[in-house]
Design a protein around this ligand. Sequence first.
Ligand SMILES: C=CC1=C(C)c2cc3[nH]c(cc4nc(cc5[nH]c(cc1n2)c(C)c5CCC(=O)O)C(CCC(=O)O)=C4C)c(C)c3C=C
Ligand SMILES: [Fe+2]
Length: 440
Amino acid sequence: MSSPNSSDQSADQRPGRGISRRALFGAVGVGVVAAGAGAAAGRLTAPDTASSHADVVEFRGAHQAGIVTPAQDRMHFVAFDVTTDSRDELVALLQKWTEMAARMTAGQEAAADGALGAGQYKPPSDTGEALDLDACQLTLTIGFGPSLFVKDGKDRFGIADKRPAVLVDLPKFTGDALDPARSGGDICIQACANDPQVAVHAVRNLARVGFGTVAVRWSQLGFGRTSSTSTSQTTPRNLFGFKDGTRNIKAEEDTAVDRFVWVDPADDQAWMGGGSYLVARRIRMLIESWDRTVLHEQERVIGRAKGTGAPLGQRDEFDELDLDSRGPHGPLVDRDAHVRLASKEELGGIEILRRGYNFTDGSDGFGHLDAGLFFIAYCRDPQRQFVPMQQTLAHGDAMNEYIKHVGSAVFAVPPGVEGDAFWGSTLFGGSLALRDEAEK
Ligand SMILES: C=CC1=C(C)c2cc3[nH]c(cc4nc(cc5[nH]c(cc1n2)c(C)c5CCC(=O)O)C(CCC(=O)O)=C4C)c(C)c3C=C
Ligand SMILES: [Fe+2]
């Protein structure tokens, strides 16, 4: 597996990277800035390292960052509709976005001297709310939805024959209560960072320059990662209070990552080689019902102990999940327990990489919290991995009494950008250098 894009150098120290936003406005000790930024932003869960606000995650690489790179604490996810019919305009935006993303993930303004440099009589080309903040491990990950390729039977941008066969809308699952206004989209961008303001700043600036070419269809803020994607991370908890991500695929598991996450160029469409597929599900958690449920039932539903995260009948979090273990009253892990039905042992060996976030979006007007899990999965083939897994859960999961799927989307996530490539250049052709040449 190639390098997972990770770097612990701060943006200020990186050679040839230009000046970071924070360095521009005066250097303060990193620890001070990190503590201040986290406190001001009301961070709810502790990051794994003290320096996680200053850290830069390398933008360029064989794979996009934000997939197997360590999951950050906050997320802003956005889905766009493309509003132009012009392929050239779309490609120009993807090129512009790539340059902005490379800058912002390095802790720089969206454009050089963007917030103040254009003077008093022009709108700034950086909105400014991240001026004093570090990179905060910002990652920006782009994906293309099925409707970008073909919509209402129309080949919108001359790429219909490049649509991978597995990139189709997900089937309706039993119990789905999907809101079309929170589903689908032509393009998605997943922004993750250890400070919410950094993630929101990135999405806002990308949406701002997209005006006239794309329009925001829906977006979701998330806090408190609900998975670990690296063995260096502790397992966080979801809003049911359970450790979530214990048995997730970890970046260090090269064989599993190659088998279940990265698309092989020979799979179908060569332009997707080194990419992945992203499945997003907005899952409401019926918190009030859950909170009236006794601990024994909560643990039976999940199949793990709430305190330690250990499989029922075991002692420690990472003890083996033994689905054959039995007690005096039957299987220790119930037949409809979530972890049993979602396990590779029950699903013919299938696995996915989970990278979701908790959300709370106020209340629903009926006295309930609008809270839940913004579930994100990365997989090599959504039809052979996510779909059968979700079909099994939708039919039999004991957890269904306490959750409702209300949003859904699937996107093809192209490989990473290397050299003068741009987001989507393997799909559309061309390079940043060619564009610069043409503009001369
Ligand atoms: C289709 C895939 C999955 C959906 C949707 C899903 C929703 C969901 N999960 C939890 C809480 C937990 N899930 C856990 C494990 C787990 N979940 C999935 C898949 C989906 N979950 C998998 C593949 C696994 C691993 C199964 C295994 O091999 O053991 C756990 C246990 C801890 C862990 O291993 O991560 C919890 C807790 C919620 C609350 C939820 C929807 C709101
Ligand atoms: Fe789960």
